[in-house]
Design a binder for this molecule. Structure first.
Ligand code: ZN
Length: 243
């Protein structure tokens, strides 16, 4: 929810009061569209309100719970203007319920599961999921830092008779994961690359990893340029046998 987090800078949200901790609390807090709208109003209508039209930072005039009004030029926006909920026929109750399920599902959620869980059409579920995914990526995301493990994997069906490894016909995906001590993972970046060449791999790493990072890879020669580009490079020989 890109617009929600960015507008709620100085307030401390209290779990169980300002946002639900459990699905039971979720149902109690958001029984209908009115409660969802009031929740969004509260998030956007605080001291950090930025008018989307004149960009002025102010406390909005509270005309109704459906519109926020900038005191300077009387510009009016709805509580959903500029958010992923804007300009859809989907009810806010459905949006927030989808948000709950998507953000709490341990292994992610498919459009099919959302369709079945919320009793909505597949197209609606798919549309919502796409909007959530775009919003969760964030347009200004920073590069990964610290210890970063990088490896490639092949994605696609099994091709009988086609050679395996880095030269096969399947799609090749390079994955980078921040490694946090002692046994946790941070952010992840992925990219579909045409081949496992030095060019493809180092371009990816330069795009996603801060230059003071330590990159952990296997012994593949495609990673050999990393030190000359300013990265610290640790090679794990144990995983060099996959080809
Ligand atoms: Zn304005």
């Amino acid at each position: 929810m890109k617009s929600l987090s960015s507008t709620y800078k100085n307030e401390v949200l209290i779990a169980g009061k300002d946002y639900p901790r459990t699905y039971r609390e979720f149902i109690t807090m958001f029984p209908d569209d009115k409660s969802c709208r009031e929740f969004l109003y509260k998030l956007r209508g605080n001291n950090n309100f930025v008018c989307l039209k004149c960009k002025a930072l102010s406390i909005p005039c509270k005309q109704t719970h459906k519109r926020l009004v900038c005191p300077k030029y009387r510009h009016q926006i709805t509580v959903t203007t500029g958010t992923i909920f804007d300009k859809t026929r989907i009810s806010l109750t459905t949006w927030l319920e989808a948000a709950w399920h998507i953000t709490t599902a341990k292994n992610g959620m498919s459009a099919k599961t959302i369709e079945q869980t919320l009793g909505i059409s597949y197209n609606t579920a798919w549309t919502m999921l796409q909007r959530f995914r775009v919003a969760m990526i964030g347009s200004q995301r920073k590069k990964l830092t610290g210890k970063i493990e990088v490896d490639e994997t092949q994605v696609g069906c099994v091709d009988i008779g086609v050679k395996r490894g880095r030269g096969s016909k399947k799609s090749l995906v390079v994955i980078a994961i921040e490694s946090h001590e002692p046994k946790a993972f941070g952010r992840i970046r992925m990219r579909c690359i045409p081949d496992a060449s030095t060019n493809s791999l180092t371009n990816f790493i330069q795009d996603i990893a801060h230059s003071d990072s330590t990159i952990y890879t296997d012994g593949w020669s495609g990673y050999n340029k990393l030190v000359s580009l300013g990265y610290k490079h640790e090679i794990n020989i144990m995983s060099n046998s996959k080809d």
